[in-house]
Design a protein around this ligand. Structure first.
Ligand code: 5CA
Ligand code: ZN
Length: 417
């Protein structure tokens, strides 16, 4: 699929004054900060949207977190290979299409287009590979066939399930290793998030579906696994393996995906490739509105497109999201935009007239600001601290400013002043 227009990321003219340039990220599997060290290229997979009710501020905040991660890698001199999926055939999308009398493909296309506009307006870096599930049905069918042949999958009627117990024996993967959850919680989350733990005939209630045989009124395709359509987790395993290879640098998404989606995607990938899916598993917190998680099922959505239609400056939307640490759960309040607009104008005022060079003291001030920005974003993407550093610098009313400052703000925070 076509992604969206890339924005330029300026290079910061000052060298790093510290050897520590790589991002430290909180890893869900080990529950600690780890250095997200690329091999040669930083390889990143972030779970994409299910295209309906796009793009709410929760989606935007999650993609912005991984945009910041890419900026830290780039500033450290690494090239980034970024892949993202589109879940363009899935139960909730089909249900929405049926409920509104719209063809599911039309709904998906429209929503992906809204998402592209929103991402571009927020200056979020596009993936190099933007892959819809409907583009890789054949490969997912083949992967399912391989798992059946290896006896890591089995059929219940015509549907195919992943055999969690067999996969744990055969692959470098253990259920619970990523999420750290106990079985009771896993069972509850599985039922809540698209699984079917109560279905009779499964070897383990937690075994997820890999391939779903045709049902009346649902789309289906011929494949090596038979007629049908892919299950949810296998789509991300296959797309990630196809485009990034095994054991890539970071697997990302919102914390609502830790279990079952990311845990089982990692299991499928390990069973297919014989290697772990990724080195680091990183999760963004949940954005709430009206006291509850912003979600399509509740309908308490603040859409980026609505804010834009209402005249909001996309840079202010971006700043209002950056004001929260990506890993915390937080609530959106409507006055956040005004606050961000004030901040943006203070920053713009401080950088409105740039000069070619400044005296030694001012140059040191600028270098100190750049070092603080770099240290903040490197440290588990601490954008709130980065924002405060720019606030303090701007509050000092610098008399002469060079392009180093706006370039650093653009390179690391994606805010173009
Ligand atoms: N298509 C699947 C992933 S394969 C999916 O979860 N789609 S989604 O449209 O529901 O969500 C897209 C991304 O936004 C996911 O990474 C999800 O974790 C994240 N997300 C959803 N709701 C929120 C929220 N309220 N706050 C923060 N992130 C959210
Ligand atoms: Zn996914």
């Amino acid at each position: 699929m076509r992604a969206w227009e890339a924005v330029e990321v300026p290079r910061i003219a000052l060298p790093h004054d510290s050897a520590e340039k790589l991002p430290l990220l909180f890893d869900t599997a080990t529950q600690q900060l780890v250095e997200a060290r690329p091999d040669d290229v930083a390889r990143l997979y972030v779970c994409g949207i299910t295209p309906y009710d796009a793009t709410h501020l929760g989606h935007a905040a999650t993609y912005l977190a991984f945009d910041t991660l890419q900026r830290v890698w780039r500033d450290a001199g690494y090239r980034v290979h970024y892949a993202q999926n589109i879940t363009d055939v899935d139960d909730p999308l089909l249900e929405r299409a049926a409920a509104t009398g719209v063809d599911w493909r039309v709904l998906a296309d429209e929503q992906v287009e809204v998402f592209r506009h929103d991402m571009a307006s927020l200056r979020i870096l596009p993936p190099d590979d933007y892959v819809a599930v409907t583009e890789v049905i054949e490969q997912i069918g083949r992967a399912t066939r391989i798992l059946l042949d290896r006896e890591l999958a089995y059929r219940v009627d015509e549907d195919v399930y992943f055999d969690v117990a067999a996969a744990q024996e055969a692959a470098p993967w253990l259920l619970g290793e990523e999420s750290g959850l106990d079985r009771g919680t896993m069972l509850a989350l599985s039922a809540e998030r698209g699984g079917d733990p109560d279905r009779p005939g499964k070897r383990d209630p937690l075994d997820p579906m890999l391939w779903r045989a045709p049902r009346p009124g649902e789309p289906s395709w011929a494949s090596e696994a038979g007629e049908g359509r892919p299950g949810w987790h296998i789509e991300c395993s296959v797309i990630a393996l196809m485009h990034l290879g095994r054991d890539f640098t970071v697997q990302g998404g919102g914390s609502d995906l830790v279990f079952p989606h990311h845990e089982l995607s990692a299991g499928h990938a390990a069973a297919l490739s014989g290697h772990p899916l990724a080195k680091v598993y990183s999760h963004a917190g949940m954005v709430a509105y009206d006291g509850e998680k912003m979600s399509k099922s509740l309908g308490n959505l603040v859409l980026v497109s609505r804010l834009r239609e209402g005249g909001a400056d996309p840079q202010a939307i971006r700043l209002s999201l950056l004001a929260h640490h990506y890993r915390s759960d937080w609530e959106w309040f409507d006055d956040a935009l005004e606050e961000a607009e004030l901040r943006l104008s203070a920053w713009r005022e401080a950088t409105s007239e740039l000069v070619e060079s400044v005296d030694a003291d001012a140059a040191l001030e600028e270098a100190a600001l750049v070092a603080r920005l770099r240290a903040a974003v490197r440290n588990d993407l601490d954008t709130p601290s980065a924002l405060r550093s720019v606030d303090q610098w701007a509050a000092g009313r610098p008399t002469a400013v060079t392009s180093v400052v706006p370039a650093a703000i653009d390179a690391l925070l994606g805010i173009r002043l």
